[in-house]
Design a protein around this ligand. Sequence first.
Ligand code: PMV
Length: 305
Amino acid sequence: MRVTEISMPPNIALIKYMGKKDEAKNIPSNASLSYALGNLKSTVRLTNLENEIDHDEWDNQSQLSEIEKTRFIHHLNFLRKYFNIQQYFEISSNNNFPAGCGLASSASSFAALTKCAITAFGVKISISEMAALSRQGSGSSCRSFFSPWALWKNETVEAINLPYQNLIHHVIVVSNSKKDISSSEAHRRVQTSLLFPGRDKRAELRLEYLLQSFEDKDWAKSYKILWQEFWDMHALFETAEESFGYLLPDTLFVLNYLRNYWISYQDGPLVTMDAGPNIHVLFREDQFEQVEKIKQFFESKFLVL
Ligand code: PMV
């Protein structure tokens, strides 16, 4: 029995992909920049079923919800059709972190599914082609193919060489319950916000300033840009015609602590958020004492990954 297993990391966007120019192909409204979260991973295992079986089956250990399972099969069918392959599989998908609460599990699981299926099909294609196919299943998954930095614009995603290659990442998990509004729904609804026109320009200008601040090693500037960027995305959510949001009281508690930390020490972690209530922090390697201090503070209240 042939078994193929692939693990891929999630990625956190520092400049966010929010809104689509083309919904069918997952073409983003603006360019985005991400950092791969090397300590976290999704693992997909595909076990070839006998030739006469004409549907996929699920391993009962898989952590996906029914909706996620449907999206997985849909993507697998798309890949089978694209490569003209008839093989069906028993599918297993697991993460070493909580899924569906804004920790980018769809990025890592779709990247893992795409790479695993293409490997199981025995097809040889470039990483860029794989990333482009993965994008059709989940937009942000295309960035998980490039580590640590990925830059995605329109149909092109590529690695980008930036000074910080070994950032220390943690996520302060204030809630791990599944989110009510999926990112697909968020991409649709933000287009109804009066703040949406101009969002592409703001994001791309911030991207330019952020890349410059990394080149200049101006960490405080990078922190400010990231702060403005995640609030921009959450403001789009809150000001959509049918408003929605992910922030919880504890989210604001954590954000206030981190902002006050920066005010007191004139240094601290980069702070960002995904479409969820949890807070991502990224430290430079030389900030290991701050990592311990901040981790210790939050670990008494929340799960810190
Ligand atoms: O890839 P999707 O459709 O799940 O969209 C992800 C969008 C955000 O995670 C909110 C931002 C991003 O750039 O990853």
